[in-house]
Design a protein around this ligand. Structure first.
Ligand SMILES: Cc1ncc(COP(=O)(O)O)c(C=O)c1O
Length: 395
């Protein structure tokens, strides 16, 4: 039932792709909660293991529920292959282990998720992969940082937490002209708002933990891209090293994808209303949100994304004391580092998600002490604003 999805709109793909109904006639996708699969004979087992016969062997290799999630996300991103992983970080690690070798060099945006920076700076450095960090939006800096041994450009757009927007098409052209791969973490936008592969990127990364789930239940990740790079190289790492997605989590993500298009529209609407309101509040120095005309890459975001997304950040004049005061005055918003949830979350990046960065790295990434990140959820906008207003009014 899913072979003709190329004619379908994204909203339809998010609901329908990937489910092959079993003989039981189930309507909702089943969870194949099994670690291994049985064979009808020793000869069939041998044929599966040798690769002569396709089919399931063991859930670290393939699982029908995980496969359904992979097919659905591949169809949404427009990729030939998708490999599901145990977390977003496992997706980034598997991509790097699969595609990089000792002696290679990576150019990475300075404004990526803090743990991604540590992965490059500490752990991949130990394996002989060097990294340079550049301003996400400075195309000339990307170009200048590329060396003969550079193999990969890595970025998130919009960035976390300052929502800077990179020109994916321009960076893809640069990467390919210099023999590099462009890898885009599409966690903030999801394929509903932005499709990096169509803009020339080679690989898309997801932390499915965020919007793909949408209700903060499970950890998961995915890598989407070409049959060779992702379907062979990255898949090989997952199968061998083992950070595979569990069938239960894949099922949760399949259910999450069914409402993704609707949810993303609602997240965008709510975030736009909160961002515009925050811009009028005394004590707020600056609001970072791609949907605002004041955002430096507003036009690019309008062109590249079909919506501004649900994440915004704002900087308070009173520094850390003011930021903590606003956070601690909330009664409804969740003080948690996660994002992409139906529940609005509020975070102080300098002491949480980006807390392990050095003072120099924080300064480079523009993470000030007065900065608050909001991942605007699906509650009524008036209630979100009222919860923030309590702290803002007390500054
Ligand atoms: C943009 C981005 N990429 C990747 C990750 C890592 O994902 P996970 O927590 O699923 O490992 C996160 C997590 O917060 C993130 O915000």
């Amino acid at each position: 039932m899913t072979d003709d999805y190329h004619d379908w709109a994204l909203a339809t793909r998010a609901v329908r792709v990937g489910h092959r109904r079993t003989g039981e006639g189930e309507h909702s996708e089943p969870i194949f909660a099994t670690s291994s699969f049985v064979f009808s004979s020793a000869a069939e087992a041998a044929a599966r293991f040798s690769g002569a016969q396709p089919g399931n062997i063991y859930t670290r290799f393939t699982n029908p529920t995980v496969r359904a999630f992979e097919e659905r996300l591949a169809a949404l991103e427009g990729g030939e292959a998708c490999v599901a992983t145990a977390s977003g970080m496992a997706a980034i690690l598997a991509t790097c282990i699969g595609l990089l070798r000792s002696g290679d060099h990576v150019v990475c945006s300075r404004s990526v998720f803090g743990t991604t920076t540590i992965l490059f700076n500490k752990y991949l450095a130990r394996l002989g992969v060097a990294s340079s960090f550049v301003s996400l939006t400075d195309l000339m800096a990307w170009e200048a940082a590329i060396r003969p041994e550079t193999r990969m450009l890595f970025l998130e757009t919009p960035s976390n937490p300052l929502t800077e927007v990179a020109d994916i098409r321009a960076l893809a052209e640069l990467a390919h002209a210099r023999g590099c791969l462009l890898v885009v973490d599409n966690c903030f936008c999801t394929p509903i708002l932005q499709r990096p592969l169509a803009l020339g990127a080679d690989i898309v990364i997801h932390s499915a933990t965020k919007y793909l789930d949408g209700q903060g239940r499970c950890l998961g990740g995915a890598v989407v891209g070409g049959a060779k790079l992702v379907g062979e190289e990255v898949l090989g790492v997952i199968r061998t090293a083992g950070p595979s997605m569990s069938p239960f989590n894949a099922w949760v993500f399949l259910k999450g994808l069914e409402t993704l298009a609707l949810r993303m529209q609602a997240h965008c609407r709510n975030a736009a209303a909160v961002a515009a309101w925050l811009e009028t509040r005394p004590g707020v120095r600056r609001v970072y949100f791609p949907g605002l005309a004041s955002h430096p890459q507003h036009e690019l975001a309008e062109h590249q994304q079909s919506g501004p997304g649900g994440i915004l950040a704002f900087d308070l004049e009173g520094g850390r004391e003011a930021a903590w005061q606003v956070i601690d005055s909330t009664r409804m918003l969740s003080i948690t580092a996660n994002l992409g949830d139906a529940k609005t979350t509020i975070t102080h990046p300098a002491t949480t998600t980006h807390g392990r960065l050095s003072a120099e790295e924080k300064a480079g990434a523009g993470i000030g002490e007065g900065l608050i990140r909001l991942a605007v959820g699906l509650e009524a906008v008036d209630d979100i604003r009222a919860d923030l207003q309590r702290g803002l009014a007390s500054l």
